[in-house]
Design a protein around this ligand. Structure first.
Ligand code: GDP
Ligand code: GDP
Length: 436
């Protein structure tokens, strides 16, 4: 299911991140009296009654050195690009300001529904303040108080009325959905072009819904694929598209809809901190991962170069030790043919189920080889292990006391499971449960 997306826009200090935190239900971004304070998270999921959605705090997208008005204009553009419903937030204590009018002017251009929230209405006596806001031209203003948690439900009710109606599973189960993530200029667009330009690729051209325009469905060797969020990879030019927060937002949205994530790095520029951060999102989301080293043509090579590069990747991406690495060049198309088989393999392993009896044999052998740990005189006992789900493969180990299954032993069991079944390209999860 594709969750609808709400974006909050408005000038600084009206309470966007306060509302975002309320809706998300954790205090994940930093709220300060200083406008424009660096925020950690700008994208998260939320729930209201029967609705699940994602929400973006556009105020957290820092548009470089642009002047103040340009910043909020760009943030409104992001909302119009990314959201299904826009919450336009204002401050009831200050009335309508020229900056609010500026935001309104941008939002008039969108066909997307806009819900107008008037924040900082902390008590019923203040409700009179909202009438001025009719002048903005977005219908009835909804009074709320982010800091007191008042009216948020009304605001979300109004937003939910405008959620898109069609929310069925968007692709058939036999389609492998993958996305390419990586910092700007590593060659993601070139790679998409190289893949789609291959002989024997049959590009499906389903016109119509927005989703189809965003993704690129195609068939190769009888296998159906869809490259998720291709438009987001290819289109370039808007100022905010080069900001890090926006790239991260785009990447998170693409990861969410993918089975397999290609983490693209550039052999020419090497690995930097931002690459690791982006790769971390794919891992945390539990998606299958293939590491793609692009621009392999631009590197001077001898017989050791690939091994050395691989080693460097393993050192930097310790958490992705299960991800296969593909070296290729989108430009010369050299080794491009090695990519799809890896995507297939990672996808297959991501949804692999193993036989319970074999699994338990493996675990018992592991325990025999390396006895379970003890803590304060108590020894971990493993009774039974079972795979409870796929995408990613998830295992539950029934034990006497879950706390006794320490990280290092869990890691040992994971390695035994991997040795026995493969699971290359996919993370696996292991949970301990107490046997009643
Ligand atoms: P943003 O820049 O739009 O994201 O605004 P923030 O969420 O950072 O809030 C700016 C300031 O307004 C902070 O000091 C908040 O504590 C304060 N604030 C947010 N919501 C309310 C509210 O409902 N009532 C009052 N009185 N203050 C609020
Ligand atoms: P994106 O921002 O990640 O989508 O990167 P682009 O696909 O726009 O590529 C950025 C730059 O790298 C462009 O100048 C490309 O021509 C160049 N580039 C992409 N792939 C390769 C490659 O395999 N080898 C070399 N030498 N350059 C490449």
């Amino acid at each position: 299911m594709v969750k609808p997306v709400i974006a909050i826009v408005g000038r600084p200090n009206v309470g966007k991140s306060t509302i975002f935190n309320r809706v998300v239900g954790e205090r994940i971004s930093i709220v300060e009296d200083v406008p424009g304070v660096t925020r950690d998270r700008i994208y998260s999921s939320g729930e209201w009654l029967a609705h699940e959605f994602n929400i973006i705090d556009t105020g957290g997208i820092d548009i470089g050195d642009e002047p103040f008005l340009e910043q909020i204009r760009q943030q409104a553009e992001v909302a119009m690009d990314e959201a299904d419903v826009i919450i336009f937030l204002t401050n009831g204590r200050e009335g309508v300001t020229p900056a609010d009018e500026e935001v309104a002017k941008i939002l008039y251009k969108t066909k997307k529904p806009v819900v107008l929230g008037v924040n900082k209405i902390d008590n019923p006596e203040m409700r009179e303040q909202i009438y001025d806001f009719y002048a903005l031209g977005f219908g009835e203003p909804i009074p709320i108080s982010g800091s007191h948690g008042l009216g948020i439900g009304d605001l979300l009710d109004e937003a939910a009325k405008h959620f898109p109606k069609t929310n069925q599973a968007e692709y058939e189960a036999d389609v492998i959905k993958f996305s390419l993530i990586g910092r700007p200029n590593v060659g993601k667009s070139s790679l998409v072009n190289a893949i789609l330009g291959e002989e024997r690729v049959i590009v499906s051209n389903i016109a119509g819904t927005t989703r189809d325009a965003i993704d690129s469905p195609y068939t190769y060797d009888g296998q159906k694929y869809s490259i998720i969020d291709t438009a987001g990879i290819r289109k370039k030019g808007k100022v905010y598209e080069t900001t890090e927060k926006y790239s991260v937002l785009r990447a998170l949205r693409a990861i969410e809809r993918s089975d397999v994530v290609l983490v693209v790095i550039s052999a020419e520029e090497g690995i930097i901190e931002q690459d690791k951060k982006i790769a971390g999102y794919a891992h945390e989301a539990g998606r299958a991962v293939v590491i793609v080293v692009n621009k392999w043509d631009a590197v001077e090579k001898d017989e050791k170069t690939m091994k050395e590069f691989e080693q460097r990747i393993r050192e930097h991406f310790l958490f992705l030790d299960y991800a296969p690495i593909v070296f290729l060049s989108a430009k010369t198309k050299k080794r491009i043919h090695t990519l799809l088989p890896m995507i297939n393999l990672a996808s297959e392993n991501h949804s692999m189920r193993v036989e319970t009896s074999v699994l338990n044999d493996i675990i018992m052998d592991a325990v025999a080889m390396n006895p379970t740990p003890t803590d304060k005189g108590k020894r971990l006992k493993i009774y039974y292990t079972t795979q409870v789900s796929v995408k990613p493969p998830t295992f539950v180990v029934f034990v006497n006391e879950p706390e006794l299954l320490h990280f290092s032993y869990e890691r040992f069991l994971e390695n035994r499971i991997r040795d026995a079944f493969g699971f290359e390209g996919t993370p696996i999860k292991i949970f301990a449960r107490e046997r009643k």
